[in-house]
Design a protein. Sequence first.
Length: 500
Amino acid sequence: MITNHGTAERDTANRETTAAELEGVLAAAHAARRELAATAPDVRADRLVAVADALEAEREGLVDLAGAETHLGAARLTGELRRTTFQARLFADALRSGALTPVRVDHADPDWGTGPRPDLRRTVTPVGPVLVFAASNFPFAFSTFGGDTVSALAAGCPVVVKAHPGHPRLSRRTAALVTEALRRAGAPEGTFALVEGVEASLAALRDDRVAAAAFTGSLRGGRSLFDIAAARPVPIPFYGELGSVNPVVVTPAAWEQRGAQIASGWVGSLTLGAGQFCTNPGVVLVPDAEAFLAALELPVPDPVLHAGIASAFHDAVRTLSGSPGVTAALVGEPSEEGVRVQVLRTTASAVLADPAILEVEAFGPAGLLVEYTSPEELTAVLDTVPGQLTGTVQAATGAPDPVAPTAVALLAERVGRVVHNEWPTGVTVSAAQHHGGPYPATTAPLTTSVGLEAVTRFQRPVAYQSVPQELLPPELRDRPVGPAATGVPCGSVRSAGAVG
């Protein structure tokens, strides 16, 4: 059914998918695309649940394998796997309810304001095979069967996953379980496959059988892939999550009210998982830097995922430290790998003189403290913030905070999610979630990679005009008119935005 060149225990090293193997994978995905597009939503739902069941049945082995490759603890990995299977079940429930197949119907109207209107019915169709670049920092939730894979399968697309080299054995084992679960659930050959290696993934991205791609990783790597996708003879959508420093604003009123609590909360969020979260709050704007620093207690960080992250982290800290007006303020005790929690310090005036300071993401346990002297200076700094995944406001509680409204409004111009009096290192999977943001946080600010709306990345709208009932997709056909029927598709918009 599904071409998968690696086995679960074949070896521990990374390998390169051969050109012949890649051709088999892409040919199978291309061949499966129409059958998958025609598959009923409830059947897609059953397949997602089948995979979730298979992963849950192998939880202990998967967690052990992930721990051996990533150094993440069992509790963290168990929770992440639970999130991963919950996500699949959430999409399955939404498929069954019709929430992932938006339908709009405008019946013919001879008296329409612009002239006689024909019968128009709008639905969505899968885009075709999707290439997913797995991430390293979430070996379950953003990897082989992560949110990109789940949402693409829910949309009715075949999926080809490029394994992350940070956890090759886990990738192969997960892929084997996904493969077998889909096969048992009746999915066609080509529904899912795993490939390995940079060259194979670049060849797949350039192949005209791939209709869209999704990526979570660095700005440099993601931008390179985005440029390849855009430079194809027929460009394709590339949904890249690239990087974010996720600024936090501490208002003067909040600092006066609960400064020590805010400082402690920031360090906890900054160092969670050794700072290896895309929503890590790497910049905090405060009214009193000396007092903020005095309230900080720096822990010894958890292990980092791999040597590449440690090297990039040290490089980013050196870049920040070498920026005009930035100094090292606090350095914690080292981990066994020599990684330390670090807090650097600068001023709003230095940032305004060199806004590029806010573009440096130190992916790991390092944060930049920016002191502002007035609400006007804070506003000026926020106006220089590049696109971000999140922005947080720590405001006063129990009474109006005069700075909070402006901070919330300015952050909303630049981020995908505004957080109030909480911390950004937690991304709930739900219908209302938005995990995205303006460039350089992502390449597609109108979309999300977390939550039910993630499916829209892999669906394309199609309108049918004056098409007979028997030729329409099932979701667009009128239901029989009777005591329990309306004569229009369930959940449709019948005319000019009226919800049916």
